[in-house]
Write a protein of this length. Structure first.
Length: 67
């Protein structure tokens, strides 16, 4: 017999989770002195912002390609 998957939905939407991630990464970077670790956190924050923007564009009700 196969085990059923737990199919619960996340409490926050993807957009909200990405925004929260970027805010937390920037806050953590502010606490660090200039260096590699801070640079890495800022890069992750920029990546999160880019992912949020892509998600906004893909989920917007804009012109759709014909099938």
């Amino acid at each position: 017999m196969t085990k059923k998957r737990n199919r619960t939905r996340p409490a926050l939407s993807l957009q909200e989770r990405l925004d929260k991630f970027t805010q937390e990464a920037r806050a953590a970077a502010r606490k660090l002195p200039a260096g590699a670790e801070r640079h890495t956190l800022l890069q992750k924050a920029r990546d999160g912002e880019a992912a949020a923007e892509m998600e906004r564009l893909l989920s917007s009700p804009g012109p759709q390609a014909s099938k």
